[in-house]
Design a binder for this molecule. Structure first.
Ligand code: SAM
Length: 234
């Protein structure tokens, strides 16, 4: 990952040192909780999470907790973003699809770790806020955010115009694995998705190997519902 230029953080003014310290403490927590991939940890150190958190909640930006972002949606807990990202096993050259842009934070993390990121959000207002933030960081020297393409729509259908994908991450909980996402995986591609009812779900990883899909259960998790044709009905 290219290092962020100093002016990337300069908009924080005198607060920059405080946010930097909190960000490093968050990364230490992620390491202590078992996140090992050094590229993932570096991305978490490089992306200013507080800018993706709306002002009323900003003081908690680096706490290991989900936070509200409006329209009943959340920016996910840092550990869960890190665990899902690590499970994608990115090495730098991949095309990644994210379903559920939300705040734009995970898209920013992914853009530090892959060649191209397509991110789909069903709420236009959330998507547009996230893409404006990502564009702002690109303009101020942020690492890789220009690699992100934002789309408004039903992500349970995937995004066929940019398929196939080396990695797909779904950041909302689905009653079952959305079939179109499996179809849009490249050979060797990984799909990481929370599956289950309202309440607790299981984070699953599905890997395409030719015509076969090999599936693993990774951990318990709790997500807002994935609403769409191959998810929950509204
Ligand atoms: N990745 C986000 C971030 O970094 O802030 C967190 C996402 S939030 C937990 C889940 C998001 O999925 C919400 O913004 C919600 O509107 C979105 N969502 C739910 N169903 C969707 C669908 N079918 N297509 C696209 N987005 C969807």
């Amino acid at each position: 990952m290219a290092a962020p230029r100093p002016e990337f953080f300069s908009a924080d003014g005198p607060e920059a040192a405080r946010w930097g310290e909190e960000r490093r403490a968050m990364v230490a927590t992620l390491r202590a909780m078992g996140i090992r991939d050094p590229r993932v940890l570096a991305a978490f150190e490089g992306v200013p999470r507080h800018r993706f958190v709306p002002a009323p909640e900003r003081d908690l930006a680096y706490a290991d907790t989900p936070l509200p972002i409006g329209l009943g949606q959340t920016i996910s807990q840092p550990y869960m973003v890190a665990a899902m990202t690590e499970a994608l096993q990115l090495t730098g050259g991949e095309k990644v699809l994210e379903i559920g842009t939300g705040s734009g934070y995970q898209a920013a993390i992914l853009s530090c770790l892959a060649a191209k990121v397509v991110t789909v959000e069903r709420h236009r207002a959330l998507g547009e806020r996230a893409w404006a933030l990502l564009a702002e960081f690109t303009a101020s020297g942020g690492p890789g955010f220009a690699r992100v393409t934002g789309v408004v729509g039903d992500g349970t259908l995937g995004c066929p115009e940019h398929a196939p994908y080396d990695a797909i991450v779904v950041t909302a909980a689905s009653p079952a694995v959305p079939e179109p996402l499996l179809r849009q995986l490249a050979d060797g591609g990984r799909l990481v998705v929370p599956v289950g009812g309202h309440g607790v779900q299981t984070l699953e990883r599905h890997r395409r190997q030719g015509d076969q899909i090999v599936s693993e259960r990774l951990m318990d998790c709790v997500f807002v519902p994935l609403i769409g044709q191959f998810g929950w009905k509204e």
